[in-house]
Design a protein around this ligand. Structure first.
Ligand SMILES: [Mg+2]
Ligand SMILES: [Zn+2]
Length: 164
């Protein structure tokens, strides 16, 4: 039976965003928001799959490396698991703008996760800090909460992308 899930953006939701135009290049630059562990613990207690979907164009730009991103995600998921609130899956778009079907707000990563984990997107939640995340939620028919500095706010979705 299809299940609802929680989708999390990474930078600005799980960890503090790097400055505009910069990328988290290694684990020493990765700073968790303390509140994320409470959020994920709540979702995990409800048996909701918890799926990270992150744009990392810095890989295509040569500003960071796939191996470094993989290492960050190994350590990041390890930290969640150690705290008893494991992340179900992590999807990364390493591509440039307009060169793939997965760079948010394009739905590629969510659709792959939907098939892999048999998810009901209409009952799923996206948490993100950017309009790309909001537009992704809209395209996929998911609910959306806006994260900012480790807090959450509700935000009505527009009827169409580009309206808000
Ligand atoms: Mg973000
Ligand atoms: Zn992509």
């Amino acid at each position: 039976m299809m299940r609802p899930a929680v989708f999390l953006d990474r930078d600005g939701v799980i960890n503090r965003s790097p400055p505009p135009g910069e990328y988290v290049r290694n684990w020493s630059e990765f700073e968790f928001f303390p509140s994320i562990f409470d959020w994920v613990r709540l979702f995990h207690s409800l048996d909701l799959p918890i799926i990270v979907v992150t744009n990392q164009r810095g890989i295509a730009l040569g500003r960071t490396m796939q191996a470094a991103v993989d290492d960050i995600h190994r350590r990041m998921t390890g930290e969640f698991a150690r705290r008893g609130c494991p992340i179900t899956d992590v999807f990364v778009c390493p591509h440039m703008e307009n060169s793939c079907d997965c760079r948010k707000p394009k739905p590629g990563m969510v659709l792959v996760a939907q098939r892999k984990w048999d998810l009901d997107l209409s009952r799923s939640l996206m948490i993100g800090d950017s309009d790309r995340d909001r537009d992704l939620a809209l395209v996929c028919g998911m609910r959306f909460l806006r994260a900012a500095d480790g807090t959450l706010s509700d935000e009505p979705l527009p009827d169409r992308i580009g309206e808000a």
